[in-house]
Design a protein around this ligand. Structure first.
Ligand code: ZN
Ligand code: FE
Length: 256
């Protein structure tokens, strides 16, 4: 079985769409298509035909081209069961414990509410690839539009249990702004200052900082680090329950 090909398509201000292609079967999915044209252009360039849409959550910048792409390709739309009524054109509703096939490649579905109430993530374990939508960003996490901090902390812990070498295909390029906040709560984290040097250089070159890895995020992302004594001290919550520390970090980022 050959590895999945994963193509990152930057659109609008800071969204990333991902094309996933299995060369053996020809199956090709787009994760969270905000727009139609950039997806069609990339497919035409490569001679691929779109067979699936994988949605992580209902926001328009993740589902905006669902119907147009379905019209054009007659594809199958897979999305979160808990948001099925808000996913345009959904054909298959999936939830935690379900798996999704792309050719012979299988993705496990994780239920990760917090940013929205029914958000899911797709983990292609054989390809060490996680499509986490707006749950984890590099150096950040999604805003809590529909879920509670406790829910989001539970969701993040689920994803943190995946292998450290997992590649995180986040849906936005927010790393530089996230990093400014991260430095404000953990200025002495050497892994973080090193990462920010790298991020600054990449962005100066117009290059993406995503995908990232779970290992890198565990070492640098404040939302995955409520155990950090430096962060706990920065937010005045030494020894507090981790869910409470997480809640305070999220609150401070919202007001940063
Ligand atoms: Zn969103
Ligand atoms: Fe988004």
């Amino acid at each position: 079985m050959s590895a999945l090909e994963i193509i990152q398509i930057p659109v609008m201000q800071d969204n990333y769409l991902y094309l996933i292609h299995d060369s053996a079967s020809g199956d090709t999915a787009i994760v969270d298509p905000a727009l139609e044209d950039p997806v069609v252009a990339e497919l035409d360039k490569r001679g691929w035909r779109l067979t699936h849409i994988l949605n992580t959550h209902h926001h328009w910048d993740h589902t905006g081209a669902n119907l147009a792409l379905k019209d054009r390709y007659g594809l199958t739309i897979i999305g979160p069961k808990a948001e099925a009524d808000r996913i345009p054109g959904i054909d298959i509703q999936v939830d935690e414990g379900d798996s999704v096939m792309l050719g012979d490649h299988s993705a496990d579905v994780y239920f990760v509410p917090g940013h929205t109430s029914g958000h899911i993530a797709y983990h292609f374990s054989g390809d060490t690839a996680l499509f986490c939508g707006d749950t984890i960003f590099s150096l950040g996490c999604g805003r809590l539009f529909e879920g509670t901090p406790a829910q989001m902390w539970t969701s993040l812990q689920k994803l943190m249990a995946l292998p450290d070498d997992t590649q995180l295909y986040c849906a936005h390029e927010y790393t530089a702004a996230n990093g400014a906040f991260a430095l404000s709560v953990e200025p002495n984290n050497r892994a973080l200052t090193d990462r920010m040097d790298e991020v600054t250089a990449l962005r100066a070159d117009g290059k993406p900082t995503v995908p990232t890895t779970l290992a890198q995020e565990k070492a640098t992302n404040p939302f995955l680090r409520p155990t950090s004594p430096e962060i706990q001290a920065s937010v005045g919550m030494q020894g507090a329950p981790l869910a409470d520390v997480f809640k305070e970090i999220r609150h401070r980022k919202d007001n940063f």
